[in-house]
Design a protein around this ligand. Structure first.
Ligand code: SAH
Length: 263
């Protein structure tokens, strides 16, 4: 089936395709924010990113995914990608030469400013500020490790930044990549339905979010704070700010200290 391009300036925008089919080996949407993923498990993408707001935005061409299957760059008949650690010990390490070939391919296809990142528990922890920085770039190249990780030389050679999802160890970088892409893509223009929702939510103003309520007005004997039903928007804004401050102060003294004294 041939599908006509939807808009000018792009090679094609095919709204009828499912998110999985939108992943191609070649840049498709000129100018769309691009997540390049180097992984042994390309079939894990878009995964949950194909659902809801991020999935809709993927279909709408507001961002795109390019996966690079490490197995394609493997060595010999068995397409080996890993080997035993120098110095001995448990597990396997992804080979520098195999990673190099995939990284060179991805970077050749990269356009504009695209940080090159290795998902790794040794990196600084990903946070909202990093998501905002990434949303301001043309995309990211994310290298997902597996087993014991990657040969250190490849990190030095390409000047790869390490970024962690948190202080725990995953079996691979794919879930971390999806979490970071999700947090970034929702900040791109037009991805969230209501443009205000990214401004008001947790972290964006340095505070955690105030409590939220919806119908029914009374549930299991619990009511909704009167002020939220008052229709007085100034009072509602004041209450929300005070609640955001209270919750931040109680739960995150670190964020509270930064909020009171930025920098
Ligand atoms: N031996 C390594 C852990 C390897 S875990 C160590 O002790 O540091 C296998 C892969 O999972 C890693 O190469 C990395 O890409 C990914 N990974 C594990 N934990 C992660 C985390 N907290 N954040 C991001 N990626 C992680």
């Amino acid at each position: 089936m041939t599908i006509a391009p939807k808009s000018h300036g792009r090679i094609s925008a095919r709204p009828t395709l499912k998110p999985r089919e939108l992943i191609t080996d070649t840049p498709d949407l000129a100018g769309a924010w691009t997540a390049q993923i180097i992984t042994l498990f390309p079939q894990a993408f878009p995964g949950v990113l194909g659902e809801s707001l991020t999935g809709k935005a993927l279909q709408d061409g507001r961002w795109q995914l390019q996966t690079y299957d490490l197995r394609d760059y493997g060595i010999g008949k068995h397409r080996n990608v890993d080997d035993t650690p120098a110095g001995g010990g448990a597990g396997m390490v992804l080979r520098a030469d195999v990673l190099e070939a995939a990284i060179v391919d991805a970077r050749r296809a990269a356009r504009g400013v695209m940080p090159l990142i290795y998902l790794s528990p040794r990196g600084p922890r990903f946070d909202q500020k990093m998501a905002q920085t990434w949303a301001g770039t043309d995309g990211v190249t994310l290298l997902c490790g597996r087993f014991e990780g990657v040969d250190e030389r490849v990190l030095d050679h390409f000047g790869i930044q390490e970024v962690s999802l948190g202080d725990f160890v995953l079996t691979g970088g794919e879930i971390a990549a999806q979490a970071m892409i999700d947090a970034t893509v929702r900040l791109l223009p037009g991805v969230l339905g209501n443009a205000d929702s990214a401004v008001e939510e947790s972290f964006s103003a340095g505070l955690l979010e105030h409590p939220q309520y919806t119908k029914p007005a009374e549930w299991q004997g619990h009511t909704i704070p009167d002020v939220l039903l008052s229709g007085n928007h100034a009072k509602i804004a004041e209450w929300r700010k005070a609640e955001g401050e209270r919750i931040t102060k109680e739960r995150r003294p670190d964020l509270w200290a930064d909020y009171k004294q930025p920098g």
